[in-house]
Design a protein around this ligand. Structure first.
Ligand code: COS
Length: 383
């Protein structure tokens, strides 16, 4: 749903200008310094990027899913690590509180997330539980007016910087399944919470992950999301439904950038007496990438509109994540191929994107988890 087409066109155009004038020229620096430059972070806050999908009543821009998808596609046209910092606040960091939190929890945390004053992060994965999220072992045992958390969370995006964490933990140790899990808001300076060293990753330099360790970490009982035990797994799944659509839109944006890089390079470089783009075998790769990026854009926009209309898009969000993450992998591979030797060299953006996009097939649910969710929902609906 687009509430005001003119306003959204303006927002997308403003973001597009920011991406081209400020972010793309700083991509190499982001990768080299492994950090988003402070001045760019300040500009992102100023533009309201930390509160894109946070409702206006909490100081955000309150974008609908369709509007958010358009914006995410634009932001996807630069290094994904730029998006990672504020995307987590809008997405998996804040959505748990927004979807299932109490009014007090929303009022306490969300306005500061919307401005970027607070950075947030989502703690589901553990050393022994990733795809099988319901088997998580971190415990949260009630003790008076607190819960005592023990356990380790792994590969936590924004972990080194986050001020608050949405943490899924088992409040009922006798219930080993999804129903024993609750979600908590944990402030980073709570005694008993420590951060591991930053992980050394294949790509997406500038976006940081680390372990978050809870050792008798006492969290006020009022910080259980929604005020009720046993709802945390469902909260996490609902957050991921939205997150998967957002990531799919980012994949589309990256694919479109890679098509542009490929077209520009192949129109300039000559071989066998003609521009690469004149050679039919190269044209085939350009055409396949263009077609696949377009298919991704179309399906993400359709699923986003349906979500705004109130449909349950759990299956469609997984379809989008499955297709778009795999699609951008193929597009990145072709982008390297049409660049030839240059595509293997660090001074060309496609080399970096080739490594960056590999993560899309893994995080917020692997391709195989998306297949499982889609097929399971199909069977359930037909039975
Ligand atoms: N929205 C709301 N509720 C949902 C839901 C959704 N999208 N998906 C599942 N649920 C509910 C189910 O309805 C079920 O509720 P009931 O017990 O009341 O019937 C409950 O949650 C448990 O669901 P399910 O039985 O499907 O859980 P499983 O453990 O069998 O498997 C998968 C769930 C595999 C789909 C889940 O663990 C998953 O998505 N794993 C990947 C996790 C992930 O993406 N990790 C990435 C790290 S976060 S960046």
């Amino acid at each position: 749903m687009i509430r005001d087409p003119e306003l959204i066109d303006q927002l997308v155009a403003t973001i597009s200008r920011f991406v081209r004038a400020r972010l793309i020229p700083n991509e190499a620096r982001l990768a080299e310094e492994d950090a988003v430059p402070a001045e760019l972070l300040a500009e992102m806050k100023e533009m309201g990027l930390f509160g894109l999908s946070i409702p206006e009543e909490y100081g955000g821009l309150g974008l609908t899913m369709e509007e958010e998808a358009l914006v995410a596609m634009e932001i996807g046209k630069t290094s994904p690590a730029f998006r990672s910092v504020f995307g987590t606040n809008n997405g998996i960091g804040a959505q748990g509180i927004l979807i299932d939190g109490t009014d007090e929890q929303k009022a306490r945390y969300v306005p500061r997330l919307a401005t970027g004053e607070l950075l947030s992060s989502f703690c589901l994965t553990e050393p022994d539980s990733g795809s099988d999220a319901a088997s998580l072992r971190t415990t949260a045992i009630r003790d008076g007016d607190h819960y005592v958390l023990n356990g380790t969370k792994r590969y936590i995006t924004n972990g080194p910087e986050a001020d608050i964490f949405t943490v899924m933990a088992r409040t009922d140790p006798d219930n080993k399944g999804a129903g024993g899990i609750s979600a908590f808001i944990v402030e980073a300076d709570t005694p008993g919470l420590t951060r591991g060293p930053s992980d050394r990753k294949m790509g997406q330099k500038g976006a940081h992950t680390c372990d978050i360790i809870f050792d008798d970490c006492r969290v006020p009982a009022e910080n259980i999301i929604g005020g009720q035990e046993g709802k945390g797994f469902k909260t996490a799944m609902k957050v991921l439904d939205r997150g998967r659509l957002h990531i799919s839109a980012v994949c589309v944006g990256v694919a479109e950038r890679l098509v542009e890089e490929s077209l520009n390079y192949t129109m300039e470089r000559k071989q066998f007496g003609a521009a690469l783009a004149e050679h039919q075998l190269v044209q085939a790769m350009l055409a396949d990438s263009k077609t696949e990026a377009y298919a991704g854009r179309t399906m993400v926009m359709d699923a986003a509109r349906r979500k705004d209309a109130g449909e349950n898009v759990s299956t469609l969000a997984s379809c989008c994540k499955l297709f778009c993450a795999e699609m951008v992998g193929r597009v990145a591979d072709r982008a390297v191929q049409v660049h030839g030797g240059a595509g293997y060299m660090a001074e060309y953006a496609v080399e970096r994107f080739y490594r960056d996009v590999r993560l899309f097939r893994i995080y917020e649910g692997t391709t195989q988890i998306q297949q499982l969710v889609i097929a399971r929902n199909m069977v359930r609906e037909a039975s």
